[in-house]
Design a protein around this ligand. Structure first.
Ligand SMILES: [Zn+2]
Length: 344
């Protein structure tokens, strides 16, 4: 089968790899129909050291079940399924608490011998815990939005929950990438009264407004903090979603939370320690977040997608096939595209 392999920063190739196949009785074999490139894939795209063997890529996919192991009960051959960006058993103590990313018997796609989503097929470990059967076929027009349940929509929702978004709250979203845009959707969905998007790309800002952003702050650093304070009576936002991961964006996020507010961090931190420890301490700012347990949120968000109340699939502004994936990385890295959908 063919799959995406990254060898070093900027070096993404489509190659023949060993066919995905069942190994454990809890596995399912899924033929991928839709996948995508993630903003987090751009970290290795910019920083990865040269390797001989390369690294398989992709952690967001929808596909059709081809075969199941003898212990699989909840998915069957022919089902259209969505996979969250981490696989999990669904039964351990952390899965029961809704924190599937800490599953005791789970793990991550595209490493440790597990297939990646940016390839023709995937062996899905812990298929019963991991996969969610979709009530629509693989050609349904909702596929882009359903695919966001793998990661970005669940991640935006997680940021909003960690930031304690609720009715009447003023929310600030730091970052206008796909996760930030889904954070806007999530904030509105949870009843936020006012949503300030911090970003500067015109196409993304326009989409953020359609998703429910009420104010735009395009300044950066201290000027951005100043501007948010102006917009919020000098106090800052109740809820701040950090959807980037850089030290500067984290400083901004922590600096625009009002006393007693909360910051939900979902951007993968590119720095060693959490900044502004003293001011956030004296302001009683709650700092939460981490990798979203996307699996925990699929059932909750699915009806909103199926009934058209949210349209997170609009973050995809480019569609390609497997051969177009290397150029998709380039386009996202150069901010030509917000998020690239891969159709097989
Ligand atoms: Zn578990």
């Amino acid at each position: 089968m063919r799959a995406t392999v990254m060898y070093s920063a900027g070096d993404v190739r489509i190659e023949n790899v060993p066919d995905a196949r069942l190994i454990d009785p809890t596995d399912a074999l899924v033929t991928v129909t839709h996948a995508c490139i993630c903003g987090s894939d751009l970290w290795p795209y910019n920083q990865m050291e040269q390797t001989e063997t390369g690294q398989r890529m992709g952690h967001e996919f929808i596909g059709v079940v081809e075969t199941v192991g003898s212990d699989v009960r909840t998915v069957k051959v022919g089902d259209t399924v969505v996979a969250p960006f981490a696989w999990s058993d669904g039964t351990c103590v952390f899965c029961q608490e809704g924190l599937h990313t800490s599953c005791l018997h789970g793990g991550w796609w595209a490493r440790d011998g597990i297939d990646g989503g940016q390839g023709e097929a995937v062996r899905v470990p812990q298929a019963d815990g991991t996969l969610v059967v979709l009530p629509v076929g693989k050609d349904d027009a909702l596929m882009p939005s359903l695919l966001t349940l793998s990661d970005v929509m669940g991640t935006g929702h997680h940021a909003a929950l960690a930031a304690r978004v609720g009715p009447g709250k003023t929310v600030a979203v730091v970052g206008d990438g796909a996760v930030g845009l889904c954070g806007v959707i999530a904030a509105r969905r949870l009843g936020a009264e006012r949503i300030i998007i911090l970003g500067r790309h015109p196409d993304r800002i326009a989409l953020a407004k359609e998703f429910g952003a009420t104010d735009v702050v395009s300044e950066r650093g201290d000027e951005a903090v100043e501007r948010v304070r102006e917009l919020t009576g000098g106090f800052g936002a109740h809820s701040v979603l950090e959807c980037v991961g850089y030290e500067q964006s984290t400083v901004t996020a922590l600096s625009i939370a009002r006393p007693g507010g909360a910051v939900g961090r979902v951007g993968l931190p590119q720095h060693e320690s959490i900044p502004t420890t003293l001011t956030t301490f004296f302001d009683n700012v709650t700092i939460g977040g981490g990798p979203a347990p996307a699996r925990a949120y699929i059932e909750e968000l699915l009806p909103d997608v199926l009934e058209g109340r949210i349209e997170p699939g609009r973050v995809f502004d480019r569609v390609t096939n497997l051969d177009g994936v290397p150029d998709g990385y380039r386009a996202m890295n150069e901010r030509e595209a917000i998020k690239v959908l891969i159709e097989f």
